[in-house]
Design a protein around this ligand. Structure first.
Ligand SMILES: [Cu+2]
Length: 102
């Protein structure tokens, strides 16, 4: 019975590793390409996000607090946290400006 239990735990690990769940948080680095004040969105060029199964790309992200749009600058590297909402949308819940991109 103990062996069977281990197999079930391992199986769950594989399932969790390959799917995106609401409420999940993902920390990502990228470069700010545009700040869209009226849309409350940031255009960010990001590297691959393994936990989301996403390749590197440039895309728009909504922010949970419009104040985040004022603490970042175009051309700067940022470290940010993406949360997946109930509808599967990505929203930035935290962001840190790390200065001019190298
Ligand atoms: Cu993307």
């Amino acid at each position: 019975m103990k062996k069977l239990g281990m197999a079930v735990v391992a199986g769950c690990g594989i399932i969790f590793g390959s799917q995106v769940w609401a409420g999940d948080e993902h920390t990502v680095e990228g470069v700010i390409k545009d700040i869209k004040m009226s849309d409350k969105k940031l255009t960010i060029s990001h590297g691959p996000i393994k936990t989301l199964g996403m390749d590197g790309m440039t895309m728009d992200f909504a922010v949970s607090d419009p104040g985040m749009l004022e603490v970042v600058q175009k051309g700067h590297t940022v470290s940010f946290v993406i949360e997946v909402d109930q509808k599967g949308n990505f929203i930035i819940t935290d962001i840190e400006d790390k200065g001019m991109a190298k």
